[in-house]
Design a protein around this ligand. Structure first.
Ligand code: SAH
Length: 471
């Protein structure tokens, strides 16, 4: 069934398998056998030195995914790098460190040197599906700007803008609101030099100075700046932040409950020289975040916990966002696939629109994980008393309440048959649930709705009241 969904829907987000998570407990049963093993052989244990901590690592928990490639191909630069990190440390690395290297290693990270989006790439996202997505986010930002009292200067920050399509559609869609667009300074937080170039092109930028990190978008005459992190974006100005499909790319740590307590899943090199998963027999430093996350879990969740996935980077980022919004005013909109619940085990790898093994040919496939929405809410509330968190609500409710139905009707008035079909398919993909019932084209191109798998949440300064459409 999963394979069928994969080949039917040529998109990363359309094809995610839904809940429960992809890799079920039975898939990682070797861990269970480790946890029930009274004493792992000591010859297979190793020691990792971390600042102030000594962590023994149990190398006996070999995990052999069924579809792992066994062909012996020469190691890529990234594989060599990961192996040298593991060897240099004298032991395995966390799944989070592996994920971070795979996605953002400056030389060979998945995002760093190419365009990974669209039919020719590895996956497709909502802004690439239809212009209506960016336009609706534009409606959201204008509404919040109104609630902020129409400030004359606003930092509009987008985290992980991909090709820049969402921002381009937002600027085109809001161009009639001159006071709004004239107030904007756009700040794009992007780690990939290749994607920064594409963003520059798609926003029709002309360089303002010799600096490549600063330009003017001719779409609305707006200044555009590029940064590697949110911390680099100047503060002290009311701020609107958009994070679409950004959180799912932030590294996650994975834990499993065993008879020894909570053990962290780590990535090691097996005797066959391939990567494999092992479990740490003792708590690791990331367990501090695990404990924090478990305190936020509901009593029902806590009772059932066997596996937990946490993203300390997401928690820290949310705190930074909340502090900024709490002191400077404004708000953030986060849209991603995820759950309004603690996440157990969701990390997945997608290459050329197909799910592949997480450890296979790192750097050639996207790695992403479900976003833990309660953790965003608690992190924001903990960081600033001046912010309130709203939602999550489904993408379908969010776009519907902002008026996407009116927008699609307006666009359908002025288009030919082919454009109308593409608009209807795009509309379904953004707000529908499952396969489009109206589809008469080839089965493999059936539009799959992501309206309920994606959730939207907002963090706003309390002075702004409740943001649309969360009232
Ligand atoms: N928002 C876009 C792209 C989503 S893919 C869309 O919806 O189409 C994730 C984006 O985040 C890419 O642009 C990727 O290069 C960027 N990214 C991933 N990890 C990052 C990090 N740690 N710092 C900055 N940018 C990052």
């Amino acid at each position: 069934m999963l394979r069928k969904i994969l080949t039917q829907a040529p998109s990363r987000r359309l094809i995610s398998s839904g809940f429960p998570p992809l890799f079920t407990k039975s898939t990682i049963s070797p861990f269970s056998s480790v946890s029930s093993s009274p004493e792992p052989p000591s010859s297979e244990s190793n020691t990792v030195e971390q600042p102030g901590t000594t962590i023994s690592v149990d190398r006996s928990a070999l995990y052999n995914p069924p579809d792992h490639s066994h062909e012996s191909t020469p190691d890529s630069e990234l594989v060599k790098h990961l192996k040298s990190v593991i060897k240099f440390r004298g032991g395995p690395i966390s799944v989070a460190e592996y994920m971070e290297e795979v996605l953002t290693n400056p030389k060979a990270g998945f995002y760093m040197n190419r365009d990974v989006f669209g039919a020719q790439g590895d996956f497709i996202t909502s802004p690439e599906v239809s212009q209506m997505f960016g336009e609706m986010i534009g409606v959201w930002t204008v509404c919040l700007w109104e609630q902020m009292g129409r400030p004359q200067r606003v930092n509009l920050v987008e985290l992980g803008p991909g090709r820049g399509t969402l921002m381009a559609d937002l600027l085109r869609g809001t161009s009639k609101f001159r006071n709004f667009t004239e107030s904007l300074h756009i700040h794009l937080v992007e780690c990939s030099p290749a994607l920064q170039k594409l963003q520059h092109q798609n926003l029709k930028c002309t360089d303002e100075s010799s600096s490549e990190k600063q330009a003017i978008s001719s779409l609305a005459g707006t200044p555009v700046h590029w940064h590697a992190t949110l911390e680099e974006v100047p503060s002290g100005v009311p701020t609107l932040i958009i994070a679409h499909e950004f959180y799912d790319a932030l590294p996650v740590h994975q834990f499993q409950k065993t008879s020894r307590g909570w053990c962290e899943k780590m990535v090691d090199i097996g005797e066959d020289s391939k990567f494999r998963f092992v479990l740490s027999p003792q708590p690791t430093p990331a367990a501090l975040y695990l404990m924090k996350r478990c305190i936020w879990a509901t009593p029902e969740e806590r009772e059932k916990l066997e596996h937990v996935e946490i993203s300390p980077k997401s928690m820290d980022l949310t705190q930074e966002m909340a502090k900024r919004i709490g002191s400077d005013g404004g708000g953030a909109l986060i849209i991603d696939y995820g759950m309004n619940a603690i996440i157990s085990d969701s990390l997945q790898a997608i290459r050329k629109h197909k799910f592949v093994n997480i450890l296979d040919d790192p750097g050639s496939a996207d790695l992403s994980a479900y976003v833990d929405f309660p953790s965003i809410k608690h992190s924001a509330e903990e960081a600033s008393e001046n912010v309130s968190v709203h939602g999550p609500m489904t993408q379908s409710q969010f776009l519907g309440s902002l008026g996407i139905n009116f927008r699609v009707d307006a666009l359908l008035q002025n288009c030919n048959d082919e454009q109308a079909e593409s608009l209807r398919a795009g509309y379904w993909q953004l707000v529908g649930d499952g396969e489009a019932p109206f589809w008469e084209g080839p089965d493999e191109q059936t539009p799959i709705g992501m309206g309920t798998r994606y959730l939207a949440t907002a963090i706003v300064n309390k002075n702004q009241g409740i943001p649309a459409p969360f009232q």
